[in-house]
Design a protein around this ligand. Structure first.
Ligand SMILES: [Fe+2]
Length: 216
């Protein structure tokens, strides 16, 4: 099984540049800057720069998630944007159990940073995160205790010219999206595609250059 996954992954990586970044540019009439979303209680700074967040024995369905960061015009790539990316494991658990838990960066799991290339692109090889229930008594989330969150990836993007963006990436068709207070309003969801080389997903993220901006 692992051998098959690794073989598929290697094949994918060999063909990734063409296959992974094939998302078309947004049409002009749908051009909107990407909405922010909650930071959540499990962000930690200082993650290492890495492409791969999963190792050989990591449980969970492998996915290569690619993204393109664009200017407010929805078509010009933003090079050199810093991406801070984190998510839970296949069972819905983060590497920290409470927001105040101390953890050394070398013990981080499913956290990584990256920089967009000249075409505004980034790529992470990881797993599809599990869903999780919002625990009782979590500060700021008391009203949502017990509710199941759909699978999601967290991301914060910073760049010297554009406004920082903290948001979440969802998976289209997740049955828990409709009742999630945040996902149900989000337009940042990708279609999960399973191919011979493994699962893939692709998103486009449009930065703003002034507060409250919706369109270029
Ligand atoms: Fe989360």
């Amino acid at each position: 099984m692992n051998h098959n996954i690794n073989t598929r992954r290697r094949r994918f990586l060999l063909t990734a540049p063409a296959a992974a970044f094939a998302a078309p540019a947004l049409a002009a009439d749908t051009c909107r800057v990407t909405d922010g979303d909650i930071l959540g209680p499990f962000y930690r700074p200082g993650a290492r720069s890495a492409v791969s967040l999963a190792v050989a024995d990591t449980e969970g369905e492998r996915i290569v998630l690619t993204g393109t960061v664009l200017r407010p015009d929805c078509k010009t790539p933003v090079a050199g944007a810093s991406i801070d990316f984190w998510h839970c494991d296949h069972s819905g658990a983060y590497d920290i159990k409470t927001p105040d838990e101390k953890i050394a960066p070398e013990n981080y799991r499913f956290r990584a940073t990256a920089q967009t290339d000249k075409q505004g692109r980034f790529l992470f090889e990881t797993i599809v995160p599990g869903r999780y229930g919002i625990p009782l008594g979590l500060e700021g989330f008391e009203a949502f205790a017990g509710q199941t969150r759909p699978a999601h990836f967290h991301v914060t993007i910073t760049h010297p010219i554009y406004l920082p963006l903290t948001t979440q990436v969802y998976i289209q068709g997740d049955p828990f999206t409709a009742k999630d207070p945040w996902a149900r309003h989000s337009k940042l969801a990708f279609s999960l595609k399973w191919g011979a080389s493994g699962s893939t997903g692709s998103v486009e993220i449009v930065l703003a250059n002034r507060p409250g901006q919706r369109r270029a």
